[in-house]
Write a protein that binds this ligand. Structure first.
Ligand code: 5AD
Ligand code: SF4
Length: 447
């Protein structure tokens, strides 16, 4: 491969989950530390990082078509961008990408992206490189300090998964469960606040599997970490996602009643309402044990907004089993929920199960499930009308003079009035739709 000039501009395109958004931000910070600047809006970048997701659907195909588009745009502009493929598709299909897409010069997995700057130097010298190691050396320690973030910032506390649900590719792409050290997390939370964050969302595939040692060397769990972050004076709000039913502890439930800065919101995926399907998914909880957990969260924090994930059309799912999912949704009354058609992932056990469900059946089930979820989401938002709450202003709305922020229950709230990004304002919630509310600003909240 021929040599190229060092890139002056970059673009990082992240797909998929919030962990990828976080990784994308960290990669951008690394490129900035190397003196590469973000490409202006509408302009082609010298270096493009495709930070990919492998959780569902034809993710790899999408990567190839993105690469094709970049090459074509480069040809039209008479130049060749440096292309890096990062994220979970890189981890799962790195070698194939290198073989199939000569325009790609770097493939880097989610546990190795701290090595991207070196790979760029090599790519400039004409050398292609793949790095999908899951190294012991701490990726996070090698990353530059966080500098500029919005009022609501992500902080990855835990990565990987040891649960091996039979449909899921994450244990293979993100590796085994690891917890980042307590002291590093507190330091990063402080840096995020110094850089403008008011709300911190703790991220991980299973945040509640986090374990560590506090400053005194005592073992602590996820609830201990949340309490320590809440004790930082500049943190105003804490959220977390995603948690797993099997790692819920008494302390984690209790903290929802104890930690004022912890927002009343819980995303706890269940996937199905059928015990037979849950077992085939290797979920090791039942519909009943999940509902019992939610009851305990509600007892600790009665206004808690509940959220979940669902898969329809898992191999062998029958109509009555799917109806059990609808019944579970009716029982819970979610404030928000995410539902997906089952997508066979190469290398996972469920991909070779018999009785794969027909596409039309999946489409029809997904529609019914989403109708039920939308109905509950609207009911939850309508139930908030008339409430007064604090809203953290995240950005300007589309209309002149309009702002957009989040309520404690993670609802998007639009309002007009005196405010600035990063302000906490007291708002009265007025009109409700399925995905957002309109509010009336009452007063700023003293920090
Ligand atoms: N097919 C469909 N949905 C999936 N998810 C994970 N793997 C698959 C798959 N193979 C969904 C689960 C999970 C969410 C992040 O993505 O609901 O909780
Ligand atoms: Fe995937 Fe299951 Fe792990 Fe979640 S708990 S990341 S669904 S294997």
């Amino acid at each position: 491969m021929r040599q190229s000039t060092p890139p002056r501009t970059y673009r990082v395109k992240s797909f998929g989950c919030q962990m990828n958004v976080y990784d994308g931000e960290r990669m951008a910070e690394m490129l900035a530390a190397k003196g590469i600047t973000p490409a202006p809006e509408g302009e082609e970048a010298d270096l493009v990082v495709l930070n990919t997701c492998h959780i569902r659907e034809k993710a790899a195909e999408k990567v190839y078509s993105d690469i094709g588009r970049l090459v074509k745009a480069g040809e039209e502009a008479g130049r060749k961008p440096l292309i890096a493929v990062a994220g979970c598709v890189a981890q799962a299909e790195g070698e194939e990408i290198m073989a199939r897409a000569p325009a790609v010069s770097m493939v880097v997995g989610p546990q190795a992206y701290h090595r991207l700057p070196d790979m760029i130097d090599k790519a400039v010298a004409g050398e292609r490189a793949t790095d999908t190691d899951m190294p012991e050396d701490a990726k996070f320690a090698a990353l530059p300090k966080r500098r500029k973030v919005g009022p609501s910032a992500f902080l990855t506390i835990q990565e990987g998964c040891d649960k091996f649900c039979t449909y899921c590719v994450v244990p293979y792409t993100r590796g085994a469960e690891i917890s980042r050290p307590f002291a590093d997390l507190l330091r990063e939370a402080e840096t995020l606040c110094e850089s403008g964050a008011r709300e911190i969302t703790l991220l991980g595939q299973n945040v509640n599997a986090w374990t560590g040692e506090d400053d005194a060397g005592r073992s602590i769990g996820f609830d201990g970490l949340v309490k320590a972050i809440a004790a930082l004076p500049d943190v105003q709000r804490i959220r977390y996602t995603t948690s797993h039913p099997n790692d819920v502890t008494e302390g984690m439930i209790a903290m929802h009643g104890e930690v004022e800065k912890l927002m009343p919101y819980l995303h706890l995926p269940v996937q199905s309402g059928s015990d037979r399907v849950l077992k085939a998914m290797n979920r090791s909880h039942t519909a009943e044990s999940y509902l019992k957990l939610l009851e305990r969260f509600r007892a600790a924090r009665p206004d808690i907004a509940l959220s979940g994930d669902f898969i329809v059309g898992f191999p062998g799912e029958t109509e009555p089993e799917f109806e059990e999912t609808l019944q579970l949704v009716d029982k819970v009354g979610y404030a928000q929920a995410f539902s997906f058609k089952y997508s066979p992932r190469p290398g996972t056990p469920a991909a070779s199960f018999e009785d794969q469900v027909a596409k039309e059946v999946m489409d029809e089930r997904l529609q019914r499930l989403q109708a039920a979820i939308n109905r509950d989401q609207l009911a939850f938002n309508e139930g908030s009308v008339g409430r007064t709450c604090e809203v953290l202003v995240e950005r300007k709305g589309k209309l002149p003079g309009q702002w957009l922020g989040k309520s404690p229950w993670l609802q998007s709230v639009f309002f007009e009035g005196e405010a600035a990004i990063g302000d906490m304002v007291r708002v009265e919630l007025a009109d409700a739709g399925p995905n957002s509310l309109k509010g009336r600003v009452l007063e700023p909240v003293a920090p």
